[in-house]
Design a protein around this ligand. Structure first.
Ligand code: PEP
Ligand code: MN
Length: 345
């Protein structure tokens, strides 16, 4: 339910509406708008009767919101969400590129690649310290030591860091170091973890599940938002389909679909979506053309020695070429690569 207040409503009338919602043991969300204020209601397990609210003083209209996701949908919040991350803003017209290795492997490796992606113009640095691997025998990440190396790379380059949180046990550690908490594809429906992350205010990048529908994905975002964390953005990373020529199938169609239904920013990860180095740049360029707010690209300067996802990693030189191409495609669409809001380090 969405309650639209009259443009000349008084503070007392709004307070009375909020009180009535709370009396029904539901949660009101005040949404400031251009014309007037709206109040979104969550917490009801069945449809509410608009007449409960539309006769209250100061109320213009009470409308049912039929979509299952409320806080992540445009019905509740029409304006695009813009998320401050370090010196950048994600979700506006400027493009954000997150780049770095799949996994933090060593201090030398992390610092070399961090400097290389910074030089090429990346806005943020990625690297997994806790890795979700298909095989229990594969490299699982450096854990807390990996987080410390990321922090060192941030200190040297000034780039905010994006890193995955695998479980509730490591959440406090990851939240202490990361600028953005990455929820991986395999955890998209780990609802217990989402609820815990939702209690924080740290930006969250929610990757799409291996075979999640758009509704399921937005419902997972809803878990984060309904706990109070509004700094959520989405990352399309390819889904499982019948195609067997690539690691996954990049669903670029979902970019305009998300932008239509949701105010949350959406970026694209063509590295996991293709799994093949030669296809990363073409799909990255297409993602920018399709209107993504940014990209996440895996980069490694010694991909043949990488402990994780070497075959899809771009060499820093190729990443630098991609950055130039993205800038050109963005420019054709009136968008540019983001520059720091308060000046660079
Ligand atoms: C990653 O970003 O390194 C990763 C594991 O991604 P995903 O969860 O999309 O597989
Ligand atoms: Mn990876």
């Amino acid at each position: 339910m969405l309650i639209l207040m009259q443009s000349d409503h008084t503070k007392k009338q709004l307070a009375d509406v909020l009180a009535k919602v709370r009396k029904l043991k539901l949660q009101p969300h005040v949404i400031p708008g251009k014309q007037s204020v709206a109040v979104g209601i969550t917490g009801n397990s069945s449809a509410l009767d608009p007449h409960l609210f539309d006769s209250l003083p100061g109320v213009r209209e009470a409308v049912r919101v039929s979509r299952p996701y409320k806080l992540s949908g445009r019905d509740f919040k029409h304006e695009d969400t813009i998320i401050p991350i370090g010196n950048y803003r994600l979700g506006g017209p400027d493009l954000i590129v997150i780049a770095g290795p799949c996994a933090v492997e060593s201090e030398e490796q992390m610092l070399r690649i961090a400097h290389a992606v910074k030089k090429a113009g990346a806005q943020m640095l990625r690297g997994g310290a806790f890795k979700p691997r298909t095989s229990p025998y594969a490299f699982q990440g450096l854990g807390k030591k990996g987080l410390q190396l990321l922090a060192k790379a941030r200190k040297e380059t000034g780039l905010p860091i994006v890193t995955e949180v695998l479980d509730q046990r490591s959440l406090d550690d990851v939240a202490e170091y990361a600028d953005v908490l990455q929820v991986g594809a395999r955890n998209m429906q780990n609802f217990a973890l989402l609820k815990e992350i939702g209690k924080l205010r740290k930006p969250v990048m929610l990757k799409r599940g291996l075979s999640a529908t758009l509704d399921e994905w937005l419902m997972s975002a809803e878990y984060l938002l309904s706990e109070g964390n509004k700094n959520v953005f989405l990352c399309e990373r390819g889904i499982r389909a019948f195609s067997d020529h690539a690691r996954n199938t990049l669903d670029l169609n979902v970019v305009p679909a998300v932008k239509e239904l949701s105010h949350l920013p959406i970026i694209v990860d063509p590295s996991h979506a293709t799994g093949v180095r030669a296809r990363v740049a073409p799909m990255a360029r297409a993602a920018v053309a399709a209107g993504a707010h940014g990209l996440m690209i895996e980069v490694h300067d010694r991909p043949d020695q990488a402990l994780c996802d070497g075959p899809q990693a771009l060499h820093p030189d190729d990443f630098a070429i991609l950055m130039r191409d993205i800038a050109a495609i963005g420019a054709a669409l009136g968008r540019k690569l983001a520059t720091p809001v308060y000046g660079s380090k």
